[in-house]
Design a protein around this ligand. Structure first.
Ligand code: FEO
Length: 175
């Protein structure tokens, strides 16, 4: 049955594999942001928590978009298993340092898919992935901006944490 279906799909197996990997990466990203939001919430950072709850939802959408694309092309979309995610953080700043590193890693993974699409002449998937290329540019920029705010606002000033919580959350609102 699987082989029969495979003959009806133009999706290259190597690309299908990378897309399934990417869907897991996006699903993990959603869970990572959820854990960050939970930590922020229980440490009094209500605004940045909301920002990352929303970010978690966005990542869930990124995951589903790829998941459905695989099926649309006749591939087999594999439901990702839920991996362990970091639940505790040392500080507000560490949350955003990790967020930026995660986003950079996602960008590299997406670039890998685009490169593979070019090698296999899969123009449909390359075009589909361009949405992710643009999205990553935005997400990296936002994560970088959050870290910049730590240079502008002294976290240890009397209301530094309060201000950072308010200003970082505005990055999401501005998008
Ligand atoms: Fe969808 Fe931010 O990776």
């Amino acid at each position: 049955m699987k082989d029969l279906l495979r003959t009806n799909s133009s999706l290259h197996e190597g690309i299908e594999k990378l897309l399934n990997l990417q869907s897991k990466i996006e699903s993990d990203a959603s869970n990572k942001y959820l854990a960050m939001a939970s930590w922020l919430d229980r440490n009094g950072y209500a605004n940045t928590a909301d920002y990352l709850y929303a970010q978690s939802e966005e990542e869930r959408m990124h995951f589903l978009k790829i998941f459905k694309y695989i099926t649309e092309l006749g591939g087999i979309a594999i439901t990702p298993t839920i991996g362990e995610v970091q639940q505790e953080f040392r500080s507000l700043k560490e949350v955003f340092e990790i967020a930026l590193q995660n986003e950079i890693a996602v960008t590299h993974a997406i670039n890998k898919i685009v490169a593979k699409c070019r090698a296999e002449n899969d123009y449909a998937t390359e075009e589909f992935m361009m949405w992710y290329v643009r999205e990553q540019r935005e997400e990296e920029k936002n994560a970088r901006r959050a870290l910049e705010l730590f240079d502008l606002i002294d976290e240890n000033a009397p209301s530094g944490k309060f201000e950072l919580d308010r200003e970082i959350a505005k990055i999401g609102a501005a998008v």
